[in-house]
Design a protein. Structure first.
Length: 425
C-alpha cells in the first residue's frame, strides 16, 4: 500500500478500500449515526475510540457470573476475577514492545503517573527538575507540579519546559538532546508524551531515553496518544517507566483502565519508595494481616487496588481485535491513510489553514493537527452537524485522526471534501 501514488478522485479511495487487507475490521465497531441515520465520519479515535461490537458480550459475561456466583466469581467465574487482569498482559506487552512482567493494566492514567513519580521522581537539592513539553496535557502538568510541591520544591524553578524554536510548532530531536545534555545534571526526571496530544508529533523515545540515561536522569513517557497508534519497543528503548490510557486508540471505553510499564531492571527494586496496596503484595499472603508489604516482582508490584472487572472485560474485546490486526499491519495502513489525508489537504491548500503535525511519518502517528485561521470553532460545529467528527482545541487547532483499525480511505476523502467546502464559504 505504501509507495502508492495518491490521486484526488473518489474512485481512488474506493479502490484503496477494496484492496485494504484491514478494511473488514471496520465492521467490528459501532459508528455514531448522523441525523439521517448514516454512519458518521469519525476521526476522533485520538479522544475516544469506538466501541467494538463484541464489548457488550464480554461485559455481559462478567455480569452474568456476578449474578450467578456472587463472591465465588473471584475463583469460579468462567474467567476468575482474581487473576483477571492477566488476561490482558500478553497482548498489552506485545502492543508496547515489553516483556510480560514489565506491564500491568491498572487504575487510570494520571493515577499511574503519580504512582510512577512516587517511585521514580527522587529530587535532591542539586537535581530536582522535571523536564516536560511546553503545553503538556493539563492533567500531566498538574500531576508534575503537585509532585514537585509535594517534595517541597517550586514548580517555577523545578519544572523545565521543552519549547519549539520560535515560529515552529514541533520540537526538533537535536534540540531535545542538546537541552538534556546541557541541563541533565539538574534534571531528576524526563517525562514526555510519546506522541504530543496537541501537535501529533511523535518523539524519538529511544534517543531521549539514551540521552537522559547518559546524564543520569530517570526517563518516563506518557503514551496516551502513542499506545495503539505508533510502534513501541519499550523494553529495548529502556525508559524507566511509561503509562497510558486505554480509551483513545485502544477503544477500551470511557474512563477504562489504564496501562503501566516498569522496565525489567526495576522489577525487584523492593527498596524503591512506593504507595502500596494489597493488590501489589505477594499473592501467596495477599489476604493475611499483620505482614510487612512485600511487592510482587515487576510492574504488578505497583498495583494498589483490585481492578474493575467490567472495564477490563470491555478492554479485552478491543485488545483481541488489536491482536488479530497486528500493530505492524496497522502501522503500515496508518502511514498510508494519514499520508493520503495530508496529500488531499495539500491539494486543497489555502491560507485559511496549515498542518502543524510533522510531515515525516517517523515523527507522527495517525493524527493530523490543523491550525485554522478564522472561525475554527464554527467550522468544526458545522462539520459535526454534517456528521464529520474531529476535535477542536482553543484557540485554533482542529485535530483529526484517521484510525487504521476502523477508518477508510473514503472517510478521509469525505472529510477533506467537507472541510474544503466549509473553508470556501
Ligand atoms: C488523555 C490524556 C490524559 C487523561 O488522563 P486520565 O487520567 O485518563 O483522565 C492525560 N495525559 C495525556 C497526555 C492525555 O492525552
Amino acid at each position: 500500500m505504501n509507495g502508492t501514488k495518491f490521486r484526488t478522485d473518489l474512485e481512488f479511495a474506493t479502490e484503496m478500500d477494496q484492496r485494504d487487507p484491514l478494511g473488514h475490521f471496520r465492521h467490528r465497531f459501532y459508528f455514531p449515526k448522523t441525523k439521517n441515520g448514516e454512519e458518521s465520519i469519525y476521526l476522533c479515535g485520538h479522544s475516544l475510540g469506538l466501541q467494538p461490537k463484541t464489548a457488550q458480550a464480554y461485559v455481559e459475561q462478567e455480569l452474568r457470573d456476578w449474578a450467578e456466583l456472587g463472591v465465588e466469581g473471584h475463583f469460579h467465574a468462567r474467567n476468575p476475577w482474581l487473576p483477571y487482569h492477566r488476561l490482558l498482559t500478553g497482548q498489552t506487552a506485545s502492543l508496547v514492545g515489553a516483556q510480560p512482567g514489565e506491564v500491568v493494566v491498572m487504575n487510570s492514567l494520571t493515577v499511574n503517573l503519580h504512582l510512577m513519580m512516587v517511585s521514580f521522581y527522587r529530587p535532591t537539592k542539586t537535581c530536582h527538575k522535571i523536564l516536560v513539553e511546553r503545553g503538556a496535557f493539563p492533567s500531566d502538568q498538574y500531576a508534575v507540579e503537585s509532585q514537585v510541591r509535594f517534595h517541597g520544591y517550586d514548580p517555577d524553578s523545578s519544572v523545565l519546559e521543552l519549547t519549539p524554536r520560535s515560529g515552529e510548532w514541533c520540537m526538533r530531536d537535536e534540540d531535545i538532546e542538546l537541552l538534556i545534555d546541557r541541563e541533565g545534571e539538574s534534571i531528576a526526571l524526563i517525562l514526555l508524551g510519546g506522541v504530543n496530544y496537541a501537535t501529533g508529533q511523535a518523539f524519538d523515545m529511544e534517543g531521549i531515553s539514551k540521552a537522559g540515561h547518559k546524564k543520569g536522569c530517570v526517563v518516563g513517557f506518557d503514551l496516551a496518544h502513542a499506545a495503539g497508534n505508533v510502534p513501541l519497543h519499550l523494553h529495548d528503548w529502556a525508559p524507566d517507566f511509561a503509562a497510558w490510557c486505554s480509551y483513545k486508540y485502544l477503544n477500551g471505553g470511557p474512563g477504562c483502565v489504564a496501562g503501566c510499564f516498569v522496565h525489567e531492571r526495576h522489577a525487584r527494586s523492593v527498596d524503591l519508595p512506593r504507595f502500596a496496596g494489597w493488590w501489589g503484595h505477594n499473592e501467596a499472603t495477599r489476604f493475611q494481616t499483620g505482614l510487612r508489604f512485600h511487592p510482587v516482582a515487576g510492574a504488578e508490584g505497583w498495583q494498589v487496588s483490585n481492578p474493575p472487572i467490567l472495564a477490563l472485560a470491555a478492554l479485552r474485546a478491543s485488545m483481541e481485535i488489536f491482536g488479530e490486526a497486528g500493530m505492524d499491519r496497522l502501522r503500515r495502513k496508518s502511514e498510508s491513510l494519514t499520508g493520503y489525508m495530508e496529500f488531499l489537504l495539500r491539494h486543497h491548500a489555502s491560507p485559511e489553514f496549515s498542518i502543524i503535525t510533522p510531515s515525516d511519518p517517523r515523527h507522527r502517528g495517525s493524527q493530523l493537527s490543523l491550525r485554522i485561521r478564522r472561525r475554527g470553532r464554527k467550522l468544526c460545529e458545522k462539520l459535526a452537524a454534517e456528521g464529520v467528527i474531529g476535535d477542536w482545541r482553543e484557540p485554533d487547532t482542529f485535530r483529526v485522526a484517521p484510525v487504521p483499525l476502523y477508518n477508510s480511505y473514503r472517510d478521509v476523502y469525505v472529510f477533506v471534501q467537507c472541510l474544503a467546502a466549509a473553508l470556501a464559504e
